[in-house]
Design a protein around this ligand. Sequence first.
Ligand SMILES: Cc1cc2nc3c(=O)[nH]c(=O)nc-3n(C[C@H](O)[C@H](O)[C@H](O)COP(=O)(O)OP(=O)(O)OC[C@H]3O[C@@H](n4cnc5c(N)ncnc54)[C@H](O)[C@@H]3O)c2cc1C
Length: 400
Amino acid sequence: MNADVLIVGGGPAGSSLAVALARRGADVLLADRARFPRPKPCAEYLSPEASRVLDAMGALGRVERSGAAALSGVRVRAPNGLVIAGDFVAQHGFRAYADRGLSVRREVLDEILFDCARAAGARVVEGLRITDLVRDSSGRVIGAKQGASELRARFTIGADGLRSVVARRLGLSRATRWPRRLALVTHYTGVREVGEQGEMHVERDGYVGIADVGHGATTVALVVPAARARDISPDRAAFLERWIRSRPHLAARFSGAERVSPVVATGPFGSHSRRAWAPGAALVGDAADFFDPFTGEGIYAALRGGELLSDALVEALGARDGGEEALRAYDRARRKEFGGKWIVERVIGAVVGWPPLINRAAKRLSARKDLADLLIGVTGNFVPASEVVRWSYVWKVFVG
Ligand SMILES: Cc1cc2nc3c(=O)[nH]c(=O)nc-3n(C[C@H](O)[C@H](O)[C@H](O)COP(=O)(O)OP(=O)(O)OC[C@H]3O[C@@H](n4cnc5c(N)ncnc54)[C@H](O)[C@@H]3O)c2cc1C
């Protein structure tokens, strides 16, 4: 046996889980195919509630000192030019752990989180790519393979992101059929008028997220329908720059800006798992569920998912039934924690792909800041999803 728990993937989900388990005395092996710091295509915004988990991990101070930008809210520009602006500090009576969200490059964030796992007592290995699972004669997962060599563990966890090998080998993940989107992500310096609010600009043929990411850099994440893959592949950077230049309100702000990192493509994304466990194994973070990145909740969900799974695994390690009841409880805890959010994310993902709907919502929400603040609070992970997943809210946004 190489470890009690083998965690495949040292991003936010794997590192959060490793910290929580190692602190509770479990023998944890955290393996990542990459060497840190490593880039990760992302719009790099963390919701205000993510600061609570970062603090619990011992990472918040380091992230803040790294030069992360603080965001006070989010602005969404609809195709009709109307702007929905919501703040994290508002009159709705809900308060997040922190008054601001953070925006920080993933090279920086993920290395800090991985370090926290090491400091908490997890054994960490970089440059180790898992290729398959190992099972016993009953089909229970008893470890993972790196090529011909095997690592044995009582529980093997897939925290290996969007295209998780563990989830595929378990046969648990399914691609979302619609919307299917691709993203191009990069950084610029010299973009004009980048303020304290994260920005989303929704157009008929996609959307772009723009945010200060500290040290004078701006993160730019363009998301377009997967059908544009052919137009993108000859030259990603040219596609992105053409897309920006063809929107006058963006072109003016990018004139004179300089691109300072390569344009990275990712997608198509959108996948979810029927359940997030099998005998001897479980999934967490993007490996378990990935929705459209519009609401920027993936990092929080990964961090929080790590906490939830750690509770289940501590129970499972001491159980006589192989831990199955504890892992079932993990699935229930995920549904309780994220169920409402999944609905909100799916609805928003669909609405941004349908210009008449987002234009209509913008008409109401640009005039009703209280409704906008509530929605931004839900995506900021500190207002319960039930505040907007109700007919009275939907009616006010689309009809009344
Ligand atoms: C375009 C885009 C924009 C986004 N913007 C935001 C945003 O602004 N805010 C937000 O909160 N979320 C955003 N997200 C989502 C966010 O990036 C993810 O939800 C988050 O990174 C999930 O963390 P994770 O730990 O589950 O996976 P990851 O961060 O993907 O980490 C997985 C780790 O597993 C490792 N790995 C993969 N395969 C193997 C293997 N076979 N063996 C060993 N290691 C392996 C990888 O190297 C990686 O380090 C965005 C996503 C996209 C695509």
